[in-house]
Each structure stands twice: as structure tokens, then as C-alpha cells.
Design a protein around this ligand. Structure first.
Ligand code: NAD
Ligand code: UGA
Length: 458
């Protein structure tokens, strides 16, 4: 039996470790966090994150071989293997502000591991980090001449929110990077054995430390790049009467391109794509590669353009003013099946419309609390309404900003009947049947497809 600790009970630590624990009943897992409220929530019936299928797994493992705690030091002392999944947000101050990763939480953790260790350990980078962070980590951990030895491994996480359980149960691959030394190789083998409890061996790949660290940033950059690429084409489609869904389907059938991540929309959100690309940009600049930096920076610029293009289209379509007009935003989460609103395009659109003095109502099945928190002071100017029908009542426009299946199943005749005329529907996720809504009476504005409008001269 090994004592396995995860530092950081956020989206990653909290959703991955219970699954590992469920497949490895022979080991004891503890997840710690400095955030007491978060740990209390993990110990309660209402988990701090909404992730389909996770409740059952936590209920099954909690108290059996999975424990939550705020006593970080005690559990560091007891651990054989430590996964570190603390947050690594974009730096907001000093050198590299707005681009580089803020490594303060990560470094504090490293020092805390060192201070509280009485035995040698394997330390696993689960957080997404700049390439060569493991080197700094090794220097800190092996700095006090205590005779203890720390093997630092990189094991980046590739799960997506909303499908975390599925992704972790059946991953495309598990990536483990380690040193090419005897003890480094032993550490890698220990981690391979852990995952091999449920992941087929051929899907567990091992690389050197730097390839592993860099692959995580590159995977996110490539995924985001595909979205920005198709979103850039959506703008051209709107000008030419081409249909972006048809274009995506046609190009995606080419095996070399592939069909995934070609869904045009209001832009990508989430806590990682933007952060990780900016981190890549910063690294390229740091290593004297400004052309490479500019190339990747454009993926983020295109995303911001897409978000603003959507908000501007709403304003221009509604006779160039939304001041005082009630507008219902369907969705606040950055994607369906999560309560996460970090970097959500829905909130970007909300901010842009508030700037235009619109009267905003937000509805979302899971993410209202986080939306309120993320909007900060602006939340006071927004109405939060759990019932989408009530949100749309008396509105000039509905904007679909998150692809919750619930929103596709609503009775849009009922919604139309309760709205001000002309009634507008902006579909930022191409979620609903546009022709049907047009026939009900809506002026419909999809992404990357011709608008269907009853207004003359448009
Ligand atoms: P998060 O903010 O939800 O969780 C991080 C947690 O770490 C917080 O609860 C925080 O209180 C805790 N923490 C910070 N410092 C600590 C310390 N010294 N001791 C104990 N706890 C501490 O972040 P997240 O979304 O889980 O992401 C964590 C990392 O994983 C990031 O590097 C992110 O880029 C990466 N990642 C995230 C996802 C995702 O879907 N969210 C997917 C893959 C990788
Ligand atoms: C993403 C990656 O998919 C994960 O592999 C990675 O582990 C994670 O980031 C991370 O490092 O945090 P996530 O952000 O949770 O996962 O969700 P995605 O499914 O990738 O969606 C990201 C954003 O892109 C969402 O706003 C989504 O609506 C948007 N998207 C996605 C599109 O607009 N079009 C698409 O075709 C796909």
C-alpha cells in the first residue's frame, strides 16, 4: 500500500483523484487544500464542482480509501507519492504580467513539501507548468542536504470539464515524463504501475521531463487553434452565405484534419486555453523566438475578436442600441455540463452588453453562483433567474451562450409569445433549429450562417 497525496482540491485534484482511488483500492489517497470551505464541500453532499458522474465516485471512495483534509503538513509527512495540482494562473504583476504563469502557489507547495518531509518521495507535477519548471522544483526540493531524495515527474492532465469522469476513466493517453536516471526511471515505473490499474499499457506513454511539460501546453494550444481557425471562417461564412457547419463537416471528413474541435461558436473559454497559450507565448519570447510567439498569440486575439464580434452583432442588429433593453443570456458556464465560469465567453458578452447599458438577465442550470462571483461588482447590475422562461419574459432578445441541452429543448413558441417584438435570438452555439425559430417569428442570428430575419432591408 502506498500513501498518495494530492495537493489542491480544485477541478483537477478533486475530479481525478477520486477516480484513481476507485481503481486502486490497495492505496490510500488524501486530497488536501488550504481552502477550508472547499474541503468542507468535498466532505459534504454538495460537492464544490458540478461534474457529471463524479458524485457517485466520491460517495463510493470517500471514507474508504479517499480522504479530504486541510492538514497539508501532516499529510505531506505521511505521503510516498505527492501529486501537485495547485492553480497556476496567469501572472498579474511584475515581469511577464499578463502572460507568464504565476508559479507562487507551486513554489510554496515545493517548499512546504521540503519542510515537512522525513522520507524520500516522488513528486508529480499535475498542474500545467512552463517547460523546465521541474528543474526549479528539483533544485528547491533537493536543496537542504537532508539526505532525502525527491524524484520530480511530470504527469499533465488532459481531462476536459463536463466530461472529466469519462476522460479519466478512458483516457486517450496518460503522459509521464521523468529523468533518465535510475531513480527517475524507477519513479516513472511506479506511476505507470498506478495508472495500469485501469489504463491499457499502450496508452501510457513516457517521455523526458521537458517533452511532457511542453506537450501539455502544446495540446491546449493546438485545440484552441482549431477553434480560432473555424471561428475565423465563421466570420467569412456570414459574409458569403456559406454555412460554417457545412464547411466544418466537409473539411472534417478529411482524416488528416479530423472532425473534432471544429464547432464554431461565441469563442472558447475555460481557465486554461488562454492562460496556457499566453504562457507558451511568453516562453517563446523568453527563448528569443518572437515570430513563434506572434503566431500563437493570434489564436487568443482571434478568440477575443469572436467574442466581441458576437456582442457587436447583437447591438447592430437591434437597431444600434440596447440601452435599457432587457436581454436574456441563456448560459453563463464556459461550456455545457460544468458550473465553471472562468474566462466564459458568456460573461465577456455580458460585460460588453452592460457597457452598452443593456438590462441583462442571466439563466444557467448550474453556473449562476460562479457567474455572480466572477462578475464581481457588475453582478449588481444583472438579474439572475433560474427559470429560462421567466428570464426571457419581456425581453427584446435571447442570446444562447452555453450549449446546455436544456436550452435546445425549451418551448420557443412560449418564449416568443412572452417577448417584446421584434424578438431577436442570437445563437452563439448554433444549438437550436434556426429555421423553426424563424418560422415562429424570431429574427435569428446564428454563428457562421446567414441570419434569418423578418426585418426588411437586412
Ligand atoms: P483550481 O483553482 O480549481 O484548484 C487549485 C486548488 O489548489 C485551489 O483549491 C487552491 O486553494 C489550492 N491550493 C493553492 N495553493 C495551495 C497550497 N499551497 N496548498 C494546498 N492547496 C493549495 O485549479 P484547477 O482548475 O484544478 O487547475 C489546477 C491546475 O491544473 C492548473 O495548473 C491548470 O492549468 C491545470 N489543469 C486544469 C484543468 C481543468 O480542467 N480545470 C485541466 C487540466 C489541467
Ligand atoms: C480543455 C482541453 O480540452 C483539455 O484537454 C485540457 O485538459 C483542459 O482544457 C485544461 O487544460 O484545462 P476544457 O477547457 O475543460 O478542456 O473544455 P473544452 O471542451 O476543451 O472546451 C474549451 C472551450 O472551447 C469551451 O468554451 C468550449 O465551448 C469551446 N469549444 C470547444 C468550441 O467553441 N468549439 C469546439 O469545437 C470545442
Amino acid at each position: 500500500m502506498a500513501n498518495i497525496l494530492c495537493i489542491g482540491a480544485g477541478y483537477v485534484g478533486g475530479s481525478t483523484m477520486p477516480i484513481v482511488a476507485s481503481h486502486c483500492p490497495q492505496h490510500r489517497f488524501v486530497i488536501v487544500d488550504i481552502n477550508e470551505a472547499r474541503i468542507a464541500a468535498w466532505q459534504s453532499d454538495k460537492l464544490p464542482i458540478y461534474e457529471p458522474g463524479l458524485d457517485e465516485i466520491v460517495t463510493k471512495t470517500r471514507g474508504r480509501n479517499l480522504f479530504f483534509s486541510t492538514d497539508v503538513n501532516k499529510h505531506i509527512a505521511e505521503a510516498d507519492i505527492i501529486f501537485v495540482s495547485v492553480n497556476t494562473p496567469t501572472k498579474t504583476f511584475g515581469q511577464g504580467a499578463g502572460r507568464a504563469a504565476d508559479l507562487q502557489y507551486w513554489e510554496k507547495t515545493a517548499r512546504q513539501i521540503l519542510e515537512n518531509s522525513t522520507t524520500s518521495k516522488i513528486v508529480v507535477e499535475k498542474s500545467t507548468l512552463p517547460v523546465r519548471t521541474a528543474e526549479a522544483m528539483e533544485r528547491i526540493l533537493n536543496s537542504n542536504g537532508s539526505g532525502l531524495h525527491f524524484d520530480v515527474l511530470s504527469n499533465p492532465e488532459f481531462l476536459a470539464e463536463g466530461t472529466a469522469v469519462r476522460d479519466m476513466e478512458n483516457p486517450d493517453r496518460i503522459l509521464i515524463g521523468g529523468r533518465e536516471t535510475e531513480s527517475g526511471r524507477k519513479g516513472v515505473e511506479t506511476l505507470v504501475e498506478l495508472y495500469a490499474n485501469w489504463v491499457p499499457r499502450e496508452r501510457i506513454i513516457t517521455t523526458n521531463l521537458w517533452s511532457s511539460e511542453l506537450s501539455k501546453l502544446v495540446a491546449n494550444a493546438f485545440l484552441a487553434q482549431r477553434i480560432s481557425s473555424i471561428n475565423s471562417i465563421s466570420a467569412l461564412c456570414e459574409m458569403t452565405e456559406a454555412d460554417v457547419s457545412e464547411v466544418a463537416h466537409a473539411i472534417g471528413l478529411d482524416n488528416r484534419i479530423g472532425k473534432y474541435f471544429l464547432r464554431a461558436g461565441v469563442g472558447f473559454g475555460g481557465s486554461c486555453f488562454k492562460k496556457d497559450i499566453l504562457n507558451l507565448v511568453y516562453l517563446c519570447e523568453h527563448y528569443g523566438l518572437p515570430e513563434v510567439a506572434r503566431y500563437w498569440e493570434q489564436v487568443v486575439a482571434m478568440n477575443e475578436y469572436q467574442e466581441m464580434r458576437f456582442a457587436s452583432k447583437m447591438v447592430s442588429s437591434m437597431f444600434n442600441t440596447v440601452a435599457g433593453k432587457r436581454i436574456a443570456l441563456f448560459g453563463a458556464a464556459f461550456k455545457a455540463n460544468t458550473n465553471d465560469t472562468r474566462e466564459s465567453p458568456a460573461l465577456e458578452v455580458c460585460r460588453a452588453l452592460l457597457e452598452e447599458r443593456a438590462d441583462i438577465v442571466i439563466t444557467d442550470p448550474q453556473a449562476m453562483e460562479n457567474a455572480q462571483y466572477d462578475l464581481g461588482e457588475l453582478a449588481k447590475r444583472v438579474t439572475f433567474e433560474a427559470d429560462p422562461y421567466a428570464a426571457a419574459q419581456g425581453a427584446h432578445a435571447v442570446a444562447i451562450l452555453t450549449e446546455w441541452s436544456q436550452f435546445a429543448q425549451l418551448d420557443y413558441e412560449k418564449i416568443y409569445a412572452s417577448m417584446i417584438r421584434p424578438a431577436f435570438l442570437f445563437d452563439g452555439r448554433n444549438l437550436v433549429d434556426h429555421l423553426k425559430l424563424y418560422e415562429i417569428g424570431f429574427n435569428v442570428y446564428p454563428i457562421g450562417k446567414p441570419a434569418l430575419t423578418h426585418l426588411r432591408s437586412q
